[in-house]
Design a binder for this molecule. Structure first.
Ligand code: CO8
Length: 288
C-alpha cells in the first residue's frame, strides 16, 4: 500500500484490502479447462479483477493495482498478450465503485489524479483481450472498450448507466462507444442508460465474439494464445496502428502506419518470416 493509500484508509477509519489483493496475475496463464488441449499459452498473461462481493466494482485502488500489473507485464518481453477478466460469473466489472464516487467532488476528482490510471491503461503496448461474463457496466464497459478485443459469454451485458446516477461516462465511454457503434446508437445507450446483451453488442460491432458463457475464458485465452504465436514486434506495431485508427485523422494514421511498416523491415522477424515463406518452412520468431 502506498502512503497515500494508507492515509486514505486511515481517514476512512477502516482497513480495506490491500490493492494488490484486488487484482491477480497468472503468467503464464493456466491452461484452459476446456476439452481441447491448448499447449500454446506461453506468453499469455491472465489478469483477474478479484472483488466479486462488489461485482468487481473498480475502486480507485483496484484500478491502480490493475495498471501496475499491466505495466509490469508490458515491460516484460516474455509477455505477448494479456487477457483481463473478472472473478466469478456475475460481473466483468459493474463500473466505478459508486460508494467511493459518491464521496467525491469535482475538485477531489480533478486534484486526486486517480483518473490517470485510464491514460496508463491506454498506454499499454501489449494486445489486451477482455473476457466478459455478466455485467460490464459504466467503468466496466469502458475498461472492456479500452481493451483491443472483447470475448463475451452469452450472459454478458454491456452498458453506460451513468445517466441514471445523475452523471455521464467519464472514462472514455462517450468516445470509445461512439467510435465503436456510431453516434446515433451510442447516444441512445448513453442517454437512456439501457444495457445490451452480448448478441446485440456483437451485432453493433462493440465486441469481437460471443461464445457459450462457460467457454468465455477459454475462448479468450485461446485467442490470446494464437496472437502470442505471432512475431511480437509486428504485433505491437499493429496494435498501435489499429488503435491510431480510432484516435487520429485518416491522414495521420496512414502516415504512422507506413512508418511502422517500414520500421519492421529493420527486424530479424521480418527477414525470418519472409525467408520461411520462400523456403516453405515455419518461421521461428525471436522478437528481434
Ligand atoms: N459500486 C459499488 N458497489 C457495487 C457496484 C458498484 N458499481 N455494483 C454492485 N455493487 C455491489 C452492491 O452494492 C452489492 O453490495 P452489497 O451486497 O454489499 O449490498 C453487490 O455489489 C451486489 O450487487 P447487487 O445486490 O446490486 O446485485 P444485483 O444482481 O441485484 O444487481 C447490478 C446487479 C444491476 C449490476 C447492480 O449491482 C447495479 O446496478 N450496479 C451498479 C451499476 C452501475 O451503475 N455502474 C456504473 C457506475 S458509475 C461509473 O462506472 C462511472 C465510471 C467513471 C470512471 C471510472 C472511475 C473509476
Amino acid at each position: 500500500m502506498t502512503n497515500a493509500q494508507a492515509q486514505r484508509a486511515s481517514a476512512a477509519g477502516s482497513a480495506p484490502a490491500r490493492p494488490r489483493d484486488l487484482v491477480h496475475v497468472a503468467f503464464p496463464a493456466p491452461a484452459p479447462a476446456s476439452a481441447a488441449p491448448l499447449d500454446r499459452l506461453d506468453g499469455v498473461a491472465l489478469v483477474t479483477i478479484d472483488r466479486p462481493e462488489a461485482l468487481n466494482a473498480l475502486s480507485f485502488d483496484l484500478l491502480d493495482a490493475l495498471v501496475e500489473a499491466l505495466e509490469s507485464l508490458d515491460a516484460d518481453r516474455a509477455t505477448r498478450a494479456v487477457v483481463i477478466t473478472g472473478s466469478g460469473t456475475r460481473a466483468f466489472a459493474a463500473g466505478a465503485d459508486i460508494r467511493e464516487l459518491a464521496q467525491q467532488t469535482s475538485i477531489s476528482l480533478r486534484d486526486g489524479g486517480r483518473f490517470t490510471a485510464w491514460d496508463r491503461i491506454a498506454g499499454i503496448g501489449l494486445p489486451l483481450i477482455a473476457a466478459v461474463r455478466g455485467v460490464a457496466l459504466g467503468g466496466g464497459c469502458e475498461l472492456a472498450m479500452a481493451c483491443d478485443m472483447v470475448v463475451a459469454g452469452g450472459d454478458a451485458t454491456f452498458g453506460q448507466p451513468e445517466i441514471r446516477l445523475g452523471v455521464m461516462p467519464g472514462a472514455g465511454g462517450t468516445q470509445r462507444l461512439t467510435r465503436a457503434i456510431g453516434k446515433a446508437r451510442a447516444m441512445e445507450l448513453i442517454l437512456t442508460g439501457r444495457s445490451i446483451g452480448a448478441m446485440e453488442a456483437h451485432a453493433l460491432g462493440l465486441i469481437t465474439t460471443v461464445v457459450p458463457s462457460e467457454a468465455t475464458l477459454d475462448a479468450a485465452l485461446e485467442l490470446a494464445g494464437r496472437i502470442a504465436q505471432m512475431p511480437p514486434l509486428a504485433v505491437r506495431a499493429a496494435v498501435a496502428a489499429v488503435r491510431d485508427a480510432q484516435q487520429r485523422t485518416l491522414g495521420e494514421g496512414l502516415a504512422r502506419e507506413r512508418e511502422a511498416f517500414f520500421r519492421l523491415f529493420d527486424t530479424r522477424d521480418q527477414s525470418e518470416g519472409m525467408a520461411a515463406f520462400v523456403e516453405k518452412r515455419s518461421p521461428v520468431w525471436t522478437g528481434h
